[in-house]
Design a protein. Structure first.
Length: 151
């Protein structure tokens, strides 16, 4: 059988020198078993990483679906507000800003339906606030572009 040399701390070597330990312990077998156990764990690791990857992918797909649903809610509520309540000045102020500024403006002075939507959903466990707000941002931007081209 091939041999290898291992290094161990001094205190462990001293413990191995105890005659009771030497008589009851086959050091070679203990080392072989420990190495074999560690190697098997390493071989199993890719399987675990693969399983975790599948889990992560599934969770990401679910999160994306939920985010898309909340985006659609925000989009629809913003459309309703734009088509039935918003003034030209509000649409111009919000729509002419880039998306980041539009979001800041919406949050600093939210239209009634947005404020109500955020308040009523705050306690909903799966509420994706960012997705919902992005729906508002997207709808306002699209409606403003339409107005600019057609007015």
């Amino acid at each position: 059988m091939p041999r290898i040399t291992i290094s161990i701390p001094l205190d462990l070597k001293e413990k191995l020198s105890d005659p009771r330990v030497r008589r009851s312990l086959n050091i070679s077998r203990v080392c072989q078993q420990a190495l074999d156990r560690q190697i098997r764990r390493l071989h199993d690791l890719p399987l675990e990483v693969e399983r975790l990857g599948r889990f992560l992918d599934r969770m990401a797909r679910q999160q994306e679906r939920e985010s898309r649903q909340w985006f659609q809610h925000g989009l629809q509520e913003a459309r309703d507000w734009l088509e039935h309540e918003a003034s030209y000045a509000q649409v111009r102020l919000l729509g002419s800003a880039n998306a980041a500024r539009r979001l800041r403006r919406l949050l600093s002075a939210p239209p009634g339906p947005l404020r109500e939507g955020l308040e009523s959903r705050a306690a909903v466990a799966d509420f994706d606030r960012d997705g919902y707000l992005q729906g508002w941002v997207a709808a306002i931007g699209a409606y403003w572009q339409f107005l600019e081209r057609n007015l």
